[in-house]
Design a protein around this ligand. Structure first.
Ligand SMILES: *[C@@H]1O[C@H](CO)[C@@H](O)[C@H](O)[C@H]1NC(C)=O
Ligand SMILES: *[C@@H]1O[C@H](CO)[C@@H](O)[C@H](O)[C@H]1NC(C)=O
Ligand SMILES: *[C@@H]1O[C@H](CO)[C@@H](O)[C@H](O)[C@H]1NC(C)=O
Ligand SMILES: *[C@@H]1O[C@H](CO)[C@@H](O)[C@H](O)[C@H]1NC(C)=O
Length: 372
């Protein structure tokens, strides 16, 4: 699979303007077809406050600048979701006195945003706040003494493209045996949810380096993605096993979020990726080329051997159907909503990786909630 315009992972920009009535309708149909009774009822979530674009798009900003975190009272207008089976109060009760942290890439950020949206309306004004940082963002529910956090680590292990994102995947180098710099931020969290997938899918070999960048960035080895992924995931697993006390911390892993870059996968020969798709794929068990089974096998294999139990939030199959639910051209580029000309060029601009909110990530959280 060749991701969008060769620099997919930059478009970390999540979602915004893509709320159409039909999405709601389809979504409801879809969720019903998933047989999980009455899920979320949808209404637009204008997530202005949530757009992290400038921080994540390719930029020359000095990462240190960005530590200037904005601390503001939470803007209640940023989400408006009518809850169905997801009971925000019950969810908050489960989080009382706890830290919940989502760790991973922009898809994981989407799940975090969705989770915050799902609970925030149950919290009175003045009792919630959002503090954003370059790598760590924290939503706080004061009455509950609970936080819902997101930590940016797209490969889980360290890379030269973590904070200052390198657009050209050929120039990215991973330190496949190093996780400590990120992992020190995960200590003390009560419930931690990891993911890592789409950044590995550049279609190129992964430049993998052992040891530190101190000796420069030379001496890497180029490995096939599943091989590099296995090494990195083992590094992560070793950290979890040696550091996390399973009596204190629960560990989850969100499986691959499928991309929909090849409309031939769902037999739409004239399609442009997911652009203009308005219906989910109806074929039962549909599995396209945007979910790499080799990666799923690596995850299964590594987690199986861990000492600390890790629960999967297995979202891959349920999301595979949803060719209609990506942000497509209703997205941003370098912090700006696409212009009409850009929208008219879906070949280049349609984002078929990230998801509209409300939308698919809410179903992931529905599943997650069932485990909480
Ligand atoms: C709030 O939660 C933190 C853990 O997240 C805990 O250390 C602290 O004691 C709690 N404070 C109160 C007042 O319960
Ligand atoms: C977790 O708790 C159980 C039962 O209380 C105890 O037997 C076990 O040693 C604890 N595990 C760790 C890693 O502390
Ligand atoms: C996308 O859908 C719109 C509205 O249905 C239609 O006018 C347009 O031709 C479609 N574009 C493509 C490339 O299929
Ligand atoms: C997730 O579910 C799919 C089937 O829907 C299965 O093939 C895969 O092994 C599962 N992955 C994990 C990590 O459990």
């Amino acid at each position: 699979m060749k991701p969008s315009r060769g620099k997919l992972p930059i478009s970390i920009i999540v979602i915004v303007l893509c709320i159409f009535a039909f999405v709601g309708v389809l979504y409801k149909e879809y969720t019903r077809s998933l047989s999980s009774a009455s899920l979320l009822k949808l209404s637009p979530c204008s997530k202005k406050d949530f757009i992290d674009s400038t921080r994540n798009s390719e930029s020359d900003e000095d990462p240190d600048d960005i530590d200037a975190e904005e601390k503001a009272d939470f803007d209640p207008n940023m989400c408006d979701i009518t809850k169905g089976k997801f009971d925000p109060i019950a969810a908050l009760e489960k989080l009382r006195g706890k830290r919940l942290m989502f760790v991973g890439d922009s898809l994981q950020r989407g799940q975090w945003q969705s989770f915050v949206c799902l609970v925030e309306s149950a919290i009175p004004d003045g009792q919630k706040s959002m503090k954003r940082g370059r790598s760590l963002s924290v939503f706080r529910a004061k009455d509950y003494n609970a936080t819902i956090e997101f930590y940016w680590a797209p490969f889980l292990v360290e890379s030269n493209s973590d904070l200052k994102i390198i657009g050209d995947p050929k120039k990215r180098i991973l330190r496949v045996d190093s996780v400590a710099k990120h992992a020190k931020n995960w200590i003390g969290v009560d419930i931690v949810v990891f993911n890592s997938y789409v950044w590995w899918m550049s279609g190129l070999q992964i430049k993998s380096l052992w040891g530190s960048f101190a000796n420069g960035e030379d001496g890497f080895e180029e490995l096939d993605a599943p091989i590099a992924y296995r090494i990195a995931l083992k590094t992560w697993a070793n950290w979890v096993d040696s550091t996390i006390d399973p009596n204190k911390t629960r560990v989850f892993f969100t499986t691959m979020s499928p991309t929909h870059m090849r409309s031939a996968d769902w037999h739409n020969k004239k399609g442009i990726r997911c652009y203009n798709e308005t219906k989910p794929v109806l074929e039962r068990g549909y599995w396209g080329t945007g979910s790499d089974k080799r990666i799923m096998n690596v995850v299964n294999g590594v987690v199986e051997r861990m000492r600390v139990p890790v629960s999967f939030i297995n979202i891959t199959q349920m999301s595979e159907y949803r060719i209609d639910a990506h942000t497509s051209v209703y997205t941003e580029q370098q912090g700006k909503v696409l212009t009409d000309e850009q929208k008219a060029d879906p070949q280049r601009y349609a984002d078929c990786i990230h998801w509209c909110l409300p939308g698919v990530p809410d179903t992931w959280n529905q599943l997650f909630y069932a485990y909480l």
